[in-house]
Design a protein around this ligand. Structure first.
Ligand code: SAH
Length: 204
């Protein structure tokens, strides 16, 4: 997976490649789709949700530009795989999930594999998680109509937010960097994610 789908494309950071070699993706995906864990595609994880294609996990991780001392907030825990990859690279990961059964899947996967620096929170991630704010980086792994303002408020100065932003079905990967009252935006190509549902996302 790492050689053919990631290192051969635009992600070459050895720390990210090593993290993705180490995290056992097949142990995060419920059967029967765990059989296809190392294929170049997103997969169902139950409750109508999906785990992203491995390359997209790597690309979003790269775009966050993490440092080992960072605290990263993820919106959309899913099965916990993206959070596990990030947890190898940073000090602390907080991840929010709106579907309780999915949050439980993430919690079980992360605890079983001892990714102990990840905390899974139940709730609407479009509101962020003010308790631990500000965050060095924020990653949204569901499609947003626009970037939720509470999340920008919870970023450190020069912090980065990576998110798929666009319509419910088709989005562009956006990197937002916070600079005082302003933000700058970079665009990194088309993607397709399940919807971000919540107060600053799509309606249910
Ligand atoms: N990062 C995950 C995949 C995420 S799929 C992984 O590695 O497996 C997107 C997830 O976002 C789904 O589980 C969905 O329930 C969740 N989600 C959608 N809207 C949300 C919201 N407002 N807050 C938190 N989670 C949300």
């Amino acid at each position: 997976m790492v050689e053919q789908q990631i290192a051969s494309r635009s992600v070459s950071d050895p720390r990210i490649l090593s993290a993705m070699r180490d995290v056992p993706r097949h142990l995060f995906i419920p059967p029967p789709h765990d059989q296809a864990a190392y294929e170049d595609c997103p997969l169902p994880i139950g409750n109508g949700q999906t785990i992203s294609q491995p390359f997209i996990v790597a690309l979003m991780t790269k775009l966050l530009k993490t440092r080992p001392t960072d605290h990263v907030l993820e919106i959309g825990a899913g099965c916990g795989y993206q959070a596990a990859v990030l947890s190898v690279l940073v000090r602390q990961v907080t991840t929010i999930e709106r579907i309780p059964a999915v949050a439980e899947l993430a919690r079980k996967n992360l605890a079983t594999l001892h990714y102990d620096n990840v905390e899974v929170i139940d709730g609407d991630g479009t509101l962020g998680y003010p308790l631990y704010a500000p965050y060095n980086g924020i990653i949204i792994t569901a499609s947003a109509p626009k970037t939720p303002t509470p999340l920008i408020d919870q970023l450190v100065e020069n912090g980065r937010l990576v998110a798929p932003v666009g319509s419910r079905d088709l989005q562009e990967l956006v990197v937002i960097t916070k600079q005082g009252e302003y933000v700058t935006r970079e665009y990194h190509g088309g993607v397709r994610f399940v919807p971000l549902i919540g107060e600053h996302g799509w309606g249910a």
